[in-house]
Each structure stands twice: as structure tokens, then as C-alpha cells.
Ligand binder design. Structure first.
Ligand code: PMP
Length: 431
């Protein structure tokens, strides 16, 4: 949509000239950013924006500890990954300490897509099958194999027959007994893949169902589905690119909220606080089987500089108690948003865990119909009030709250006031 504004903005014109149809910019008038710190980003015109759309700089934009760690390591040594180096092993051990002992090997990559791509290959080899189950609006990355399991990234392209979707866990999809409904859907998907001759390689999901519109509950959801997946010979891949690293407040990893142990955990985004660092954790035997068949080498994945960034992130998380902060500030934000929901009937649901919250926006008629138009108007209204936020979900009507984990109460309140003002400006329909 920014294309029609290119004539008014020379930088935007250069951008479209350089990046063409693959360009992905926010807003019709995209913002030129110049710097950031904590939860705030500064634009070229001097405007400061509160960043509610970002789980990459999770410990805070340009956190001095991460900046220093990366700069020092970059000045000392940065190489491909075929040498021994203390900082790599120290980081790997510290990261593994956050996971189950059964996930005793790591493979480091540069992106979440590469991690999921490799996870799928390990799953296919281990199971001898090709079929994959994902949620209806899932996103798992950008390689050919993971685009195929990312329905939200397929525009006109059809879903490949080796991929079967299940609805994300919600009352809308399954009624009040979400767990039973979801388990039945997973079992049906397994059966469909069997009938199609693919069998089941993997069930992959992000435990907070982020691109499906954020569904944090119920937390007894995954256990029976995973039992069915294992019974069918498949594996469970927990894609922690979104919920991982303390964001949900009540757990370090999203899957922990469901008290399940994945066969593979993939991770990325917040892992290096913006420095490209991603990877997967897997059982040593499964990895050994894979490596008997295939070589795997990632030139940049987990290089010393990336590991220095990752190590600094883990240290800051602990020292600044950011997981606890996510829980505390997330609860405060949740309470205030619930109050707003009671006042404004266009807000039909507030869901989430910690600092990962979704707000559904609907038309205020007799029956609540999802309103992507209102959501888009709110996103633009919030921008005018200096808050950056995006949307998710099947209908694009869920505001996706994902600020850095160092958010404080004043900043949370700043957002609630801005949202309340924006909704008021778009004609209030109070209860
Ligand atoms: N999995 C999930 C759940 C994601 O949200 C994303 C990125 N949005 C990815 C995987 C892919 O990660 P990357 O962009 O680092 O390849």
C-alpha cells in the first residue's frame, strides 16, 4: 500500500526501486527510523514511538550489555563455525540449562526458518514420513519447505497435500471444550495424512499460536494431541520463535505452559536481541541419525559474535528479571485492557500470557463480526498517538501486543490511554 506514496517520499521511492514487489513495509506512509533504546524508537523527524510490535529486541532496543558484548567479540574474533571457541561452548551450556535434559544437542542457525527447515528434515528421517500438521494460520518461515507449512504465507498458492491444517484452539472453532475439539482435529489430520499416503512426520506449532491470533489457553491443550502424534510415529516440534525466552511470563518456553516435552525445540527472533541467532535443540541420537545421512554446516550460525549476543541476552534476562517483569506488567496490562473491554463492546476478547496479548476487534452490531477495517484504523490511530503495533489472526482483527520485556507500568499505561483515545476517536460504542 505504500507504493502509491512513493512520489511524495524520495527514500520510499528508492526503496521500491531497490526492493520491488518483495518489499514489506509497515503503514501506507512508512516511518524512517534512526535509533532506539529500551521500548522506544526514534524516527528521522524526531518523533519517539513506543514499540509494541517487536519481540526481537526483547531485552530492550540497543541494550548496552548486548551492544558491548557484540562489539568486543567483533573486535576480537569472528569466524565461521569450524573452530573451537570458549564463548560458543559457554553459551551452548547456558542455553541448554533452560531446556529438558533429553534435548541435549543444539544446532545453531541464523534464522528461525533455517531451524524449522532442519527440524522438518530430522522429523522426516526419524519417522520415515512426510506429512505435517500445522494450524490454519501458522507461520514457520521462508524456505520452500517451511513456506509449504505456513498457510499464512500462501497467498494464491494452494496448500500442498502433505500438509494438513487444524484450527487454532479457540471457543469459536471448538466450543467450550477446546482441548477435546483440538485433539479430535489433530487425530483427523493424522488420519487424512495416512489416507493420502504421506503418514505423519511432524506436528509443529507455536505454543501461543501467535499468527493465528494469540491463543494462550487452555494449557492442558497439547498433551493429548502430542500423545496421538507420537502414537502415529510423528514428532512434536515446538516452534519457540515467538513465545520463547520468557515472554509469556509464567514460563521460560511457551511449551512449558502446557507441561509437555517437545522432540525438537526451534528458536530465533529474541535469541540475539536483533543479532541474527537462531537454532534448534534436539536429542543427540536423533541428530546423530540425521548426520549419518546428511551433512549440515551453517557458515554463520552460532559464530562467536552471535553467541556473545546470545550470552548477553541470557544474562540480562536473569539480572533484570525480565521474565518476572513480563508476568507482572503483562498482568497489569491485561487488567487495564479487560476494563476497556467492559466499556467498549467493539473489543470482544483480550487473551494472552505475560507480554504476549491479543485484542480482538469487531463491528459493534448484534453479532460480533471480526473487523479488520477497525483494526487497521486502530493501528493507524495508535501510530498518530506514537505507539507501534500490528495485527494477526485469521481475519486480521487481533491487535498483537508484543513489546520488549523491559516494559514498565507507565509505558503500559501510555499504551492503554492511546488505545482508549483511538477507539474514542473512532466513535465510541459503549456497553
Ligand atoms: N516461526 C515463527 C513462529 C515465526 O514467527 C517466524 C518469523 N516470523 C519464523 C518461524 C521464521 O523466523 P525467521 O524470520 O527468523 O526465519
Amino acid at each position: 500500500p505504500s507504493r502509491d506514496r512513493a512520489g511524495e517520499n524520495p527514500l520510499l521511492e528508492r526503496h521500491h526501486h531497490n526492493f520491488g514487489a518483495a518489499s514489506v513495509l509497515f503503514y501506507r506512509d512508512p516511518i524512517e527510523m534512526v535509533s532506539a533504546s529500551g521500548c522506544w524508537m526514534e524516527a528521522a523527524d524526531g518523533t519517539r514511538y513506543l514499540d509494541f510490535y517487536n519481540n526481537v529486541p526483547s531485552v530492550g532496543h540497543c541494550h548496552p550489555r548486548v551492544v558491548e558484548a557484540v562489539s568486543c567479540q567483533l573486535a576480537r574474533l569472528n569466524i565461521h563455525t569450524r573452530y573451537l571457541n570458549q564463548c560458543i561452548e559457554t553459551y551452548a551450556e547456558r542455553l541448554k540449562a533452560t531446556l529438558s535434559r533429553t534435548l541435549d544437542n543444539l544446532v545453531m542457525t541464523c534464522t528461525g526458518s533455517e531451524a524449522n527447515d532442519l527440524a522438518l528434515r530430522i522429523a522426516a528421517l526419524k519417522s520415515g514420513n512426510r506429512g505435517v500438521i500445522v494450524t490454519e494460520n501458522a507461520y514457520h518461515g521462508n524456505t520452500e519447505a517451511v513456506t509449504a507449512i505456513s498457510p499464512s504465507a500462501l497467498k494464491r498458492a494452494p496448500l500442498s497435500p502433505h500438509v494438513v491444517t487444524v484450527p487454532a484452539p479457540s471457543v469459536d472453532a471448538f466450543g467450550s471444550d477446546i482441548t477435546t475439539g483440538f485433539t479430535t482435529a489433530v487425530k483427523q489430520a493424522i488420519e487424512t495424512l495416512r489416507k493420502r499416503g504421506y503418514g505423519l512426520a511432524a506436528f509443529i506449532c507455536d505454543a501461543i499460536f501467535s499468527s493465528d491470533g494469540i491463543h494462550a489457553d487452555p494449557t492442558d491443550l497439547l498433551k493429548p494431541s502430542i500423545a496421538a502424534v507420537h502414537a502415529a510415529g510423528g514428532i512434536y516440534i515446538a516452534d519457540e520463535v515467538q513465545p520463547g525466552f520468557g515472554r509469556t511470563g509464567d514460563a521460560y518456553w511457551g511449551f512449558e505452559r502446557h507441561t509437555v516435552t517437545p522432540d525438537i525445540v526451534t528458536m530465533g527472533k529474541p535469541m540475539g536481541n536483533g543479532f541474527p541467532l537462531a537454532g534448534l535443540a534436539v536429542n543427540a541420537d536423533a541428530l546423530a541419525c540425521f548426520c549419518e545421512e546428511y551433512g549440515y554446516f551453517n557458515t554463520f550460525g552460532g559464530n562467536p559474535v552471535a553467541c556473545a549476543a546470545g550470552q548477553a541476552v541470557l544474562e540480562v534476562m536473569e539480572e533484570e528479571q525480565l521474565q518476572a517483569n513480563a508476568q507482572h506488567i503483562g498482568a497489569h496490562l491485561g487488567t487495564r485492557l479487560e476494563a476497556l473491554r467492559h466499556y467498549d463492546r467493539r473489543i470482544t476478547a483480550v487473551r494472552g500470557a505475560g507480554l504476549f496479548i491479543g485484542i480482538d476487534l469487531c463491528h459493534s452490531g448484534e453479532t460480533a463480526t471480526p473487523s479488520p477495517e477497525l483494526t487497521s484504523a486502530v493501528i493507524n490511530g495508535l501510530r498518530e498517538r506514537r505507539v507501534l503495533i500490528g495485527a494477526a489472526g485469521r481475519f486480521g482483527n487481533t491487535l498483537k501486543i508484543r513489546p520488549p520485556l523491559c516494559l514498565d507500568e507507565q509505558e503500559a499505561d501510555f499504551f492503554v490511554e492511546a488505545l482508549s483515545d483511538t477507539l474514542a476517536s473512532l466513535s465510541v460504542k459503549s456497553r
